[in-house]
Design a protein around this ligand. Structure first.
Ligand code: PGA
Length: 257
């Protein structure tokens, strides 16, 4: 973390979990435990059908609501899809874009990810852009190049003044939902290589203002060490964000002066 230059953001990614009723229950429980979050921002990304319930349930807490996906067209004949303007109108502040599950199961390419990033920014929200390598890529030693390519593709056409709104989440695919976490060293190395890529595209000032999260089995017992790395500015948390006590423990690790 480096709060002099950028925000620390702890974001939950609920994936396809919890009904609207369970969303309200989670918020009630969280309310009793959430500390004053002076040193970090808290986001909860929920399934799109639960966004309205979440906006209402979390409204008295300093918790921003995020979406997990978006479609890049403004409107029209795209049955089943949800536009950035629709999300924005409900009170959404962040949208996860290019999560590896979307890339893997729903065929999202770098070019689709890029269009979604542009649509989210155009609507005035912040994209949380996910990048990450497979185990095979890590083992063959192409992680840095691969991530740089994903970052560059996702940011194509994004002007420097909008970079402050972008969040990048480094999520090694082999660490997602597996209980296997990247070491703090591995996370730090890739997060700083992401910042170097942003620096090469936009210069040092912009690069140091961008929040870069780590995601992949972040938990109460490893959060502090991961967050102690200078270039790791928060977390994107799946499993542990479904339980209020675990989520709060991670928030506490980030909410240090
Ligand atoms: P995990 O998921 O914390 O359950 O590994 C992280 C993510 O997919 O964003």
């Amino acid at each position: 973390m480096n709060r002099r230059y950028r925000k620390t953001i702890i974001a939950g990614n609920w994936k396809m979990n919890k009904t609207a009723t369970e969303t309200r229950q989670f918020a009630e429980e969280l309310k009793t435990m959430l500390p004053k979050t002076k040193w970090c921002d808290v986001v909860v990304c929920v399934p799109s059908v639960n966004i309205s319930a979440a906006v209402k349930a979390f409204k008295d807490m300093r918790v921003a609501i995020g979406a997990e996906n978006v479609y890049y067209e403004k409107s029209g004949a795209f049955t089943g899809e949800v536009s950035a303007d629709m999300l924005k109108d409900l009170g959404v502040k962040y949208v996860i874009v290019g999560h590896s599950e979307r890339r893997q199961y729903f065929g999202e390419t770098d070019s689709i990810v890029n269009k979604k990033v542009l649509a989210v920014l155009e609507a005035g929200m912040s994209p949380i852009i996910c990048v990450g390598e497979s185990l095979e890529q890590r083992e063959t030693g192409v992680t840095t190049e691969w991530i740089a390519l994903q970052v560059k593709s996702a940011l194509a056409g994004v002007p420097a003044e909008k970079m402050r709104k972008c969040v990048i989440a480094y999520e090694p695919i082999w660490a997602i939902g597996t209980g296997r976490t990247a070491t703090a060293e591995q996370a730090a190395e890739v997060c700083s290589s992401i910042r170097a890529t942003i620096r090469s595209l936009y210069g040092a000032r912009v690069a140091r203002s961008v929040t870069i999260q780590y995601g992949g089995s972040m938990k109460p017992d490893n959060a502090a060490e991961l967050l102690a790395q200078g270039d790791v500015d928060g977390g994107l948390i799946g499993g542990a964000a479904l339980k209020p006590d675990q989520f709060v423990a991670i928030i506490n690790a980030a909410n240090q002066e």
